[in-house]
Design a protein around this ligand. Structure first.
Ligand code: AMP
Ligand code: MN
Ligand code: MN
Ligand code: MN
Length: 280
């Protein structure tokens, strides 16, 4: 790939590594981002800060690492994702919160494996564990289902087994919005409402979720992500203006296996947005 490609964004503030469900190690991710010309990269693994030390050690003069995390949040009957940026990973309140979420992930993984077992798909927990560095999440179960030949691809694994309403789906009690905001703020970070148009919410429900997020003290909205179309960026920008939120950008890259999302590839923010990095 062309280094310093003009289509590569200077900022990519939402990415994953093997510390959660990405397929590249933190060091590999940083090396690739640097060679692409990304200048500021946030590592934001699901409910985990385990990759941040390796990422920080791999970052050099050309690339600034933003320590981050993507927290799972339960809001009404839904799961929301909230990204924390510029967090201090040593913060006790954040670490205690993450430990609680990891415990819940382990309980859920066991329950999911039990459900798959009852459906005649045995060995899921060990199988998913082999594909994960820590507690396996739904992505690792999906990869295991594909690897076993139980489904043809990831999309079908979610559609058939893992999505809400499907037989191996297990609800989880994640953080509340207030908790997620407080853990990130106590860690000195900014709180970003992630990928607003990917929850499948109606416009009314999304506005209610954003109102709750603002009310809880949230700082920013991910106006542009790796899958955003131009009209989606404009819609999200309208929400950011309406709720007085700063604007973030992030690819939500998980690795080269997904051809739809590329590291550092995010649409440009509209001119009337105030970027989340304004005061950095
Ligand atoms: P979890 O946090 O364990 O519920 O897993 C959620 C992760 O599953 C997300 O971060 C995505 O990486 C992945 N995911 C969710 N839905 C899909 C889908 N339809 N196809 C592929 N991956 C998905
Ligand atoms: Mn993921
Ligand atoms: Mn997410
Ligand atoms: Mn993500």
């Amino acid at each position: 790939m062309e280094p310093h490609d003009s289509a590569v964004s200077t900022y990519d503030l939402h990415t994953h590594s093997t510390a959660s469900d990405g397929t590249q190690s933190p060091a590999e991710l940083i090396a690739q981002a640097r060679s692409l010309g990304v200048r500021v990269l946030a590592l934001t693994d699901h409910d985990s800060i385990e990759g941040l030390a390796e990422a920080q050690a791999a970052a050099g003069d050309e690339l600034a690492l933003v320590p981050g995390v993507e927290l799972s949040v339960s809001w009404e009957k839904h799961t929301l994702h909230v990204v924390g940026l510029r967090i201090d990973p040593a913060t006790p309140a954040l670490r205690a919160g993450l430990q609680r979420l990891q415990n819940e992930r382990l309980r859920r993984a066991r329950d999911m494996a039990e459900r798959l077992d009852k459906l005649g798909l045995s060995g899921a927990l060990d199988g998913a564990r082999d594909l994960a560095a820590g507690v396996p999440n739904r992505t690792h179960f999906a990869r295991w289902l594909v690897a076993q030949g139980h489904v043809r691809d990831m999309r079908r694994a979610f559609k058939r087994y893992l999505k809400p309403g499907k037989p191996a789906h297990v609800a989880a009690a994640w953080a509340t919005l207030d908790e997620a905001v407080s853990w990130i703020h106590r860690a000195g970070g900014q709180v970003v409402f992630a990928h607003p148009l990917r929850y499948g919410f109606t416009a009314t429900r999304l506005r209610r979720a954003l109102a709750a997020f603002s009310e809880a003290g949230g700082d920013a909205l991910e106006v542009a992500c790796g899958t955003s179309t131009g009209p989606e960026v404009n819609t999200a920008a309208g929400h950011a203006l309406h709720f007085g939120l700063l604007a973030s950008v992030g690819s939500d890259y998980h690795g080269p296996e997904n051809p739809w999302v590329k590291l550092g590839r995010v649409p440009t923010l509209p001119d009337n947005m105030t970027p989340v990095w304004r005061d950095w």
